[in-house]
Design a protein around this ligand. Structure first.
Ligand SMILES: Cc1cc2nc3c(=O)[nH]c(=O)nc-3n(C[C@H](O)[C@H](O)[C@H](O)COP(=O)(O)OP(=O)(O)OC[C@H]3O[C@@H](n4cnc5c(N)ncnc54)[C@H](O)[C@@H]3O)c2cc1C
Length: 508
């Protein structure tokens, strides 16, 4: 494989010489392209970039295989998006399923993934996720994670989603405590940004270039580009590097290049969820896939929006069939907002609609949310009170509700909503519930392409880039057009384990 030199280092160490002296196994590192071996300040077996669920799983596994591991995070808080996520975990054959006598199979899981993947996604990765989730369950619970209960979620053919108390915190915090208490050979370091990869004379990832003492700038338009804080150091990774650096939901410029609509969606992902690391991997020939796909999400599951009536607050009128899928509703709302001065719509449910919610755990979270952030579901005795709260003319709302109810009764809805799907929900039975609906992008399906062994694949020849592994949301092409709910967590954990094991095995 050809040796690699980043564009920045190429410039820094002398472009002419880099062209004149090709990398070969026989050329000493220091001579390669006139590039001098950086002076490494520290040495580890494996370096993991990212401390979310993917990086944490990879770090623990690598350390328990006997490696000296360094886990890095650029932020001042460990855990990334995983920490703020609900992190529901789809698990095939969990003890919860066994207790309920639910028959599940990895094949069912892979089929469920394929059903929503469109013509995208990777069946080869899907079946591996299905086969690994039980091992992952044991791995996490044996190291302190406690899953509370099981629930059935839309898109899954059986009940299989587990959650820990506190969502992502309930998974991440026990695992980080486990590292601190039990794994002296696994060092976690925050405020250390990985800027680049160091490749050796054979083109193998041999370390990282970092900035220690990095202070993320929450006010910067693009922290990746603008932030110059920290002191540059080089760390050697004798075996290789695992990128578990997450998605790029916060990178409006990067997402906006795919579609201006994406840039206008809200997100509550980690503020550090930017595209810098992915762009750097691309500079080193990593193959980016599915970059134009996205995944809209809502404060409640998309499949529970259907029980309600969605209203444009500017006009007090409906504008969409609420039975639509996530990636139709999101763009429709964003287009609406771009035309009505930025007003987000509201959704109204009646008592029956709320009763129909399939995800009662998330319903409870939204009903109990007291912070007034959008995502809170408010309860009212009358439609008039609801209209007053959301500043809609009460008679306009009443009119919209009447015509919605009539449409459901007659089976002739102007937006094609099928009353047969509604299980009796309409806008009739008090109390009534209202919530602002702002579409969020909380997950980016695009990322670097990996093999089923979690090796990063080169765009040049489809072959693994030596010593370079990736897992979690930094990877792309696994889920396709629409990722299953509770589907990232098992993917992150599965390929976290696999990345650590394969990197260890290759070097054993
Ligand atoms: C509100 C919300 C709810 C969600 N709910 C679910 C759910 O119920 N189930 C589910 O499966 N998924 C859910 N998701 C998606 C899921 O949480 C994420 O896909 C997953 O947590 C990503 O994990 P990760 O380890 O890949 O990345 P992260 O957890 O984001 O970790 C990546 C880490 O890498 C660090 N990093 C990035 N670049 C660098 C660099 N250059 N140098 C050093 N460090 C760097 C970041 O700071 C970050 O800490 C949800 C997401 C959100 C936002």
């Amino acid at each position: 494989m050809a040796g690699r030199i980043s564009r920045r280092d190429f410039i820094r160490y002398g472009a002419a010489a880099a062209v004149a002296v090709p990398f070969t196994a026989a050329v000493p590192y220091a001579a390669a392209g006139g590039k001098e071996e950086p002076s490494f300040s520290e040495e580890y077996d494996i370096i993991v970039v990212g401390t979310g669920v993917a990086g944490t799983t990879a770090g623990i596994r690598a350390a328990e295989l006997g490696n000296r591991v360094l886990m890095l995070d650029k932020m001042s808080i460990f855990g990334g998006t995983s920490l703020v996520s609900g992190l529901n975990f789809s698990c095939v054959n969990s003890p919860f399923q066994e207790k309920l006598g639910i028959k599940d199979k990895p094949e069912y899981y892979a089929e469920d993934m394929a059903k929503v993947a469109g013509n995208y996604g990777s069946p080869a990765h899907a079946i591996i996720i299905g086969r690994t989730t039980r091992r992952l369950y044991d791995f996490w619970t044996e190291r302190g994670v406690i899953f509370k209960d099981i629930k059935g979620l839309a898109g899954h053919s059986v009940k299989r989603a587990l959650w820990a108390d506190g969502g992502g915190r309930g998974i991440i915090l026990p695992l980080h405590s486990y590292i601190k208490e039990k794994l002296p050979n696994c060092v976690m370091r925050k405020e250390t940004k990985v800027d680049d990869i160091v490749f050796d004379k054979n083109g193998k990832a041999a370390g990282v270039k970092v900035r220690e003492g990095y202070r993320f700038d929450y006010d910067a338009e693009n922290d990746d580009r603008e932030n110059k804080t920290g002191v540059t150091k080089f760390y050697r990774a004798k075996k290789g590097v695992i990128f578990a650096s997450g998605g790029f939901c916060r990178d409006r410029e990067f997402m906006g290049a795919e579609s201006p609509l994406f840039a206008s969606a809200q997100t509550i992902a980690n503020p550090g969820a930017l595209g810098g690391t992915l762009k750097m991997l691309m500079e080193h020939d990593a193959h980016p896939v599915n970059m134009a796909l996205t995944r809209f999400a809502y404060p409640v599951p998309t499949e529970d929006l259907r029980w309600g009536m969605m209203i444009d607050c500017a006009t007090g009128k409906r504008f969409i069939n609420e039975l639509n899928v996530r990636n139709v509703i999101g763009p429709a709302i964003l287009r609406l907002k771009s035309q009505n001065g930025g007003k987000a719509p509201i959704i109204v449910w009646d008592a029956k609609g709320i009763e129909n919610f399939h995800d009662k755990q998330r319903l409870k979270l939204s009903l109990e949310a007291k912070n007034g952030l959008n995502g809170t579901i408010y309860k009212f005795d009358t439609l008039e009170a609801l209209a007053g709260y959301f500043r809609i003319n009460p008679s306009t709302l009443k009119k919209a509700a009447d015509s919605y109810n009539k449409a459901l009764e007659s089976g002739k809805d102007e937006f094609g909503k099928d009353a047969a799907e509604m299980k009796g929900a309409a806008i009739k039975k008090a109390p009534f519930y209202g919530m602002i609906v702002n579409p969020r992008i909380t997950y980016t399906p695009g990322g670097v392409r990996i093999s089923t062994k979690a090796e990063v694949l080169s765009i040049k020849d489809g072959q693994p880039i030596k010593g370079l592994f990736a897992c979690g949301e930094i990877t792309g092409g696994i889920h396709g057009e629409s990722r299953l709910t509770a589907g990232s967590c098992p993917d992150c954990g599965t390929f976290g384990l696999i990345a650590a094991e394969n990197l260890h095995k290759i070097n054993a």
